[in-house]
Design a protein around this ligand. Sequence first.
Ligand code: ZN
Length: 401
Amino acid sequence: MASTTDPSQSTFRVRSGQVPCLTKPSTSGVTARAAGAPERKFRMAIVPETLWSPGQTLKVYFYSNDLTPQKNQWIKDTASDWTNWANIKFDFVNNLPADIRVSFNAKGGNNSQIGIRARNVPADQPTMNLDPEGMTGADPDYERMTVLHEFGHALGADHEQQSPSGGIRWNPPKVYEKYAKIGWKKEDVDMWVLSYSAENTEATPLDGLSVMMYTVGPDETLDGWSSTTNSRLSQWDRQWIARHYPSNDIPICPETDCASTSWNGGRDGAAYWQDNSGCILEAKLTGDKWVTTDGIVGYAKWGSPLAAINWDEGKQIRVYAISDENQVVEFSYVPSPHHWGYKVLRDPAPPIRSDPMFSTHPKSRLAAICWYDGGDVTKPVNIRVYAQRKLNRILPPPRRL
Ligand SMILES: [Zn+2]
């Protein structure tokens, strides 16, 4: 929460394009980012020790405020988007005690305790502040991001740009210049923007679309990388919350594709789909029964298209999907020992020489077929995989002359 050392006490005001939040993570283990950070491997920052228990219902209390009842309800509905993806619930209560206590102090900036660190705050004091001056309806995307961002902290997420394994290639003079305009000193910027938490933070690829990401202008980085106002939970945000608040029932990705392949005259077969964290799962048909196989086939981007083929009566299976990088990946079943191999497919004639992999359009579908030469099972098998290439453009309709 705000304290005398918290720069959010300064002239910080909520405005699009400025720092949306200054939470107060633990300062222990905060280390200056090494100069010449490694190649960008962006991963979301999570503080596992601060997670609540999966399945828990968290009581959330709003202190009285000048916002309209509709606005209060909108904030509750918006925050609850996190709980659509995971086994954790919010119960908005009208009286204390509560696990998460939200004040609306115009001088308090936007901030939140991270996860169960809220328990360290005296029970009659807020664990989160939302600045009502930023909730006027002037910038709905920004308001949405602020609410999701602060409730992300409340569930255990740290700042995305401070992810330890990643390297935003910061251009520090420009970053200092930007934050100086809102009253931050150099050491504030070092601590809250350019540093990362080296302690107890789980690394996932840094996600420029995450609601936990600060807005980063292209002039603030050496390579022009930037991040704008992210007002929706990104794929990684949803995967993060699903993975860290798991359910006994494996949640199926609501946008999952389904692929199937059969053999033995259709009496045996396999089907593939995705769970809520992007893992591809398998069920097999043997006789009259479908049985879910143990383990996972592999990982693909959330809502990836899927295709499956088999030959040699199901002894050889290939499953195709699209990765987070929008490349076609192949999972090959090896029966003995039972495991799934993985490789990224190369494009036989890449349109860009520097990109030899089969990079697809983000909305590409997938299809795959296989056949023996001349139908002779003693001959090698042929496989073709079809997807829309990255550079393909949908052509405008022909003009009537
Ligand atoms: Zn924050």
